[in-house]
Design a protein around this ligand. Structure first.
Ligand SMILES: C[S@@+](CC[C@H](N)C(=O)[O-])C[C@H]1O[C@@H](n2cnc3c(N)ncnc32)[C@H](O)[C@@H]1O
Length: 233
């Protein structure tokens, strides 16, 4: 729906399709997996600890109209903005720590694209729910749990609620106790669950980002089990 550091927009296609009627994203961010293809038609419950991110979702789900989004002012290169929705479009992981940002060509363009995408896709999220809370307070229901925390180590440092603040062993134990299906995302430093390689992504300056996955399902769907047998544990 909107630009977000660490969002799963480009790689949603590599994750298993949801098998349950409800998708829960306990680390919501921009919730790219829930928005992917037809996933949005499910019951979607988002949990996000960062109040500023929560407020974007609350506005999109409960208030915004397509026209209102299209009418949001354009950004002009060189001007300044203190609007968090603008700031996260700056395509930098440090964006969360900026109070004000100077509009660059990248930001101007990202914002223009995002306005169009938010407006076109707004109808998809109107039945979703967003909670401003810690992941551990998510409802204890059977669901497809798409768990995408700030990655352990440096990659997860940028967020306001960053990797520094997470107890990963506690998170692993909590994830193992979810009912239904668990799709758990991590990076190369994920060592607290039996993660397996999912895909290598090209980053900036030739850098390769290793995407890892832990997958577990109590939901019996034969084709899915075969397809992902290499990543089942
Ligand atoms: C990697 S991002 C999620 C990206 C998301 N999957 C997407 O597609 O945009 C992780 C998110 O978890 C949030 N977060 C960090 N600690 C949290 C916690 N304890 N409970 C809930 N959300 C948390 C961060 O604010 C951030 O938005």
């Amino acid at each position: 729906m909107f630009y977000y550091y660490g969002r799963k927009k480009q790689i949603s296609k590599y994750y298993p399709s949801p098998q349950c009627d409800t998708i829960v994203e306990p680390f919501a961010g921009a919730a790219a997996y829930s928005a992917y293809k037809d996933n949005w038609k499910k019951n979607v419950i988002l949990i996000e600890k960062d109040e500023k991110v929560y407020k974007i979702w609350d506005w999109l789900i409960n208030e915004a109209t397509e026209q209102e989004i299209l009418n949001l002012p354009e950004l002009k290169i060189g001007e300044k903005s203190s609007d968090f929705l603008h700031i996260i479009h700056a395509a930098t992981k440090m964006a969360f720590h900026f109070k004000t940002i100077k509009v660059t060509a990248v930001l101007e363009r990202n914002w223009e694209i995002s306005k169009r995408i938010m407006s076109q896709n707004l109808h998809k999220v109107k039945h979703w729910q967003i909670l401003n809370d810690d992941y551990s307070n998510a409802p204890d229901i059977e669901a497809t749990w798409f768990i995408d925390p700030p990655y352990k180590g440096e990659a997860g440092l940028g967020y306001r609620h960053s990797s520094k603040l997470l107890d990963y062993d506690k998170l692993a134990e909590w994830a193992l106790n979810r009912k239904g299906e668990v799709i758990f995302c991590e990076g190369k430093e994920g060592d607290y669950l039996p993660f397996k390689p999912l895909v290598d992504l090209k980053g900036v300056a030739g850098k390769v980002n290793k995407e890892m996955i832990y997958y577990r399902s109590d939901v019996l769907v034969p084709e899915q089990t075969t397809l992902f047998s290499n990543i089942n544990v």
